[in-house]
Design a protein around this ligand. Structure first.
Ligand code: SF4
Ligand code: SF4
Length: 317
């Protein structure tokens, strides 16, 4: 398989711009290739990280440094910089391919909102996934119905036991408890239903939550983002992070003050969604919209250089 930008290590600015223009198509092609690849290839051992500048290499170095420590000393987290998102949905396609997601299931979505009056119209994009909450209400709700259905790893990734979390009842209870609409029910559909034959790639086993699950085991279960733990454990970045040509997502260890994610959060500019819910999400957002406690009026649209997705959400630090 051709090395990605992550493995080849160097993405020039020009390459980024060309890549951004082609990202949708590229990701779709890459996604189809990955969808047909065995799980071992997608999550296998990663090559050494070359020296060099750039956030991708920095994140990979952060990751390898974190993996050298004990799991209980790590806190995986993510920063999503909505200002860098161009709404190409390549991350969503990469995620579907990486995790072999069936029809009707997605682990991440990119919300889009247009506002303003012609000719001063703007569009904002907001990528989201499971926030890997430190106090996840979904876990408590699901486990009340089916004990042990959900949990958390020591590194803070919220887990689902596909053998236990079956059916609509437990899904609905957890879905209603989640303030971030991050959960999906796998109803057993295939992308190639209604064609002469369901394609082999649709029944490929998937590595999630520390083991490999057959398609039969995932059918009927609740599904969500797991930070591509199989890739992370192998020294690779989550598929969405390594696919985004705009570098809109940063992933790393929030327990390491030298990591890129910790550096971003330490600036004080990051916000978290729905702080009023007390969930302590591990996903932080960067945006230009002023915090409510800053009491600033939003600048006029024509003077606003970037995006402001968080204007529609409750947010805080
Ligand atoms: S986060 Fe990146 S890959 Fe996803 S839609 Fe935005 S620009 Fe595209
Ligand atoms: S975002 Fe939702 S599904 Fe994910 S851990 Fe938080 S409450 Fe649970």
């Amino acid at each position: 398989m051709k090395p990605s930008g992550e493995e080849s290590g160097l993405l020039s600015r020009r390459g980024l711009l060309v890549g951004a223009a082609c990202a949708g198509v590229g990701a779709a092609v890459g996604g189809i290739a990955a969808a047909g690849a065995p799980a071992e290839e997608a999550g296998g051992p990663a090559p050494p990280v070359p020296e060099g500048p750039g956030e991708t290499l920095r994140m990979l170095r952060d990751l390898r440094r974190a993996l050298a420590r004990k799991p209980e000393e790590r806190r995986w987290g993510m920063v999503i910089d909505t200002r860098r998102c161009i709404g190409c949905h390549a991350c969503t396609v990469a995620c579907v391919a990486e995790n072999n997601l069936p029809s009707g299931v997605t682990y991440r979505r990119v919300f889009e909102d247009s506002y303003g009056d012609y000719p001063d119209v703007r569009t904002s994009f907001m990528p989201t996934n499971c926030m890997q909450c430190e106090k996840p209400p979904c876990v408590e709700a699901a486990n009340r119905v089916v004990p042990g259905a959900m949990g958390r790893t020591v590194e803070g990734v919220v887990t689902i036991d596909y053998a236990k979390m079956k059916g609509r009842e437990v899904f609905e209870v957890a879905r209603k408890a989640c303030p971030y609409t991050a959960l999906y029910l796998d109803e057993g559909r295939n992308h190639t239903d209604g064609t002469p034959a369901v394609q082999d790639y649709e029944t490929r086993p998937v590595p999630e939550y520390g083991r490999t699950w057959t398609r039969g085991e995932t059918k009927g279960s609740t599904r969500k983002c797991h930070f591509c733990l199989h890739r992370v454990d192998a020294g690779r970045l989550p598929a969405c992070v390594s696919t985004c040509t705009g570098l809109a997502m940063q992933f790393g260890d929030l327990a390491d003050p030298k990591s890129l994610v910790s550096e971003r959060v330490a600036t004080g500019a990051c916000r978290r969604l729905h702080p009023d819910k007390g969930t302590s999400p591990r996903v932080h957002f960067l945006d230009d919209w002023p915090a409510e406690d800053e009491k600033e009026a939003p600048p006029p649209l024509s003077n606003r250089p970037r995006q402001d997705c968080l204007r529609c959400h409750e947010f805080g630090r």
